[in-house]
Design a protein around this ligand. Structure first.
Ligand SMILES: Cc1ncc(COP(=O)(O)O)c(C=O)c1O
Length: 430
């Protein structure tokens, strides 16, 4: 019997893994890419598959300071080998972390409450908003994603569709800075005011405005801060509070300070954190104005078995030290601008590149075609072609026609050139 070739042996092994995955994990899990990748190792901006093929990661903001950063791994394993309990015991490292994290945020946000995921952070933020305001209604954007718990899924039209959003919440058009000459961005505050009027007409009290600072699933937008501040004013006047969801945009990604809301000149009442907070480890946090939790704290209290445990605290401190020590915010700003220029240069070569928007190392590249469906199909083909060519990105937006590029923060100019050259080749196929 002839031996299988190495290529067909690896294809067989991957097919077997996919079948095993479907059998064990069920039908809800989706793998990235038509030809899913079997990753076995990561380092910095690089990911390696089971055959030793190296991929440039231009997508993962979770391992934000770089895959398997040695400083983070050392902090994690050192604390795991020493003690791991929870927040019901006195612990210096948890307080050291809270102090360091709060030090990166505006002083009016005086308390940190720890969770294990961004969904939990938003869920807790909504509970606090509803408790402190006495209202129930939350305003979100119309293709937002805020999480996977019941409360946050119901505020995630990107996952559950418009019909999945309960009648006491309102979804307003995202501040799209590109389509129709940016009309939705200009109208954003007016749309929020109209949503509040509409709630009131139905005896619904507003509890909060919940915004992802990068409008990630809506298609990645960075509107003018004045419309965001004005929308926040409307909500506060109506008795609600403002929650900045920094699960995607936080920790220096946008290249100007640590937080996306600061770019809008916004002073949120609550900030929710996740993904990049732990460089791949399950962590999240709610950062809150102390007044908002005084009655919530005495009425219901809060405990999360794993949230804010000593190992998480050690990881969190290491992540903050790496961001600072390696100048990653400055890198996001300068390499982000360099990458934007390379991507914009592609606009003159490829008619289908309609818009390149970014802040720091967070890019939305909008592709157009004769009709929406064609644009989405082409966008997906570009993502697939890049994967085959060794660069990992994805897509987003209600029409699925925006390339989402969001690499780990140590991304270099060389990495940016590889990204742009690979995208150039992928676009040339059309
Ligand atoms: C903006 C935003 N908020 C919240 C979440 C939920 O975070 P997690 O998946 O950690 O629960 C996500 C996840 O994609 C997100 O993108």
């Amino acid at each position: 019997m002839s031996q299988p070739s190495p290529a067909s042996a690896s294809a067989d092994a991957e097919r077997a893994l996919l079948e095993r995955r479907a059998r064990l994990l069920g039908p809800t899990y989706r793998a990235f890419y038509r030809n899913p990748i079997h990753l076995v190792r990561g380092s910095g901006v690089w990911l390696y598959d089971a055959q030793g093929r190296k991929f440039l990661d231009a997508y993962n903001n979770v391992a934000s300071v770089g895959h398997c950063h040695p400083r983070v791994v050392e902090a994690l394993s050192g604390q795991a080998a020493t003690l791991n309990t929870h927040t019901r015991y006195l612990s210096e490292i948890i307080l050291d972390y809270a102090e360091k994290l709060l030090g990166t945020l505006p002083p009016h946000l005086g308390h940190a409450m720890f969770t294990c995921t961004g969904s939990e952070a938003n869920d807790l933020a909504i509970r606090i908003a509803q408790h402190s305001s006495g209202g129930t209604g939350v305003i979100i954007t119309d293709f937002a994603y805020h999480g996977a718990t019941i409360a946050t899924a119901q505020l995630s039209p990107a996952a559950v569709g418009a019909k999945g959003v309960p009648a006491h919440h309102r979804a307003v058009a995202a501040p799209d800075t590109f389509r129709d000459g940016g009309r939705a961005a200009d109208d954003f505050a007016r749309n929020v005011a109209a949503a509040i009027d509409d709630m009131r007409a139905q005896n619904i009290r507003p509890a909060a405005l919940l915004l992802d600072s990068a409008f990630s699933s809506d298609g990645i937008f960075f509107p003018d801060g004045s419309v965001i501040r004005e929308a926040a004013d409307h909500v506060r006047k109506a008795g609600g509070i403002v929650i900045a969801d920094e699960v995607q945009s936080g920790f220096g990604r946008l290249g100007h300070g640590m937080w996306g809301f600061a770019n809008y000149g916004l002073e949120p009442d609550i900030v929710t954190l996740g993904k990049p907070i732990g460089d791949g480890h399950p962590m999240g946090a709610v950062i809150v104005r102390p007044q908002l939790v005084s009655s919530f704290g005495s009425n219901t209290g809060y405990f999360n078995t794993f949230g804010g445990n000593p190992v998480a605290a050690a990881v969190g401190i290491a992540v903050l030290e790496v961001i600072e020590g390696e100048g990653l915010i400055e890198n996001a700003r300068t390499v982000g601008a360099y990458t934007r220029n390379l991507l914009r240069a592609l606009q003159s070569r490829h008619g289908m590149v309609a818009d390149v928007r970014h802040n720091g190392l967070y890019f939305g590249v909008e592709l157009t075609a004769e009709d929406g469906a064609t644009a989405a199909a082409k966008t997906s083909s570009v993502v697939e072609a890049m994967r085959e060519d060794g660069v990992l990105i994805s897509s987003c937006g209600p029409r699925g026609n925006v390339l989402k590029i969001r690499p780990p923060l140590p991304f270099s100019r060389d990495n940016a050139e590889q990204l742009a050259e690979t995208l150039d080749r992928a676009l040339s196929k059309w």
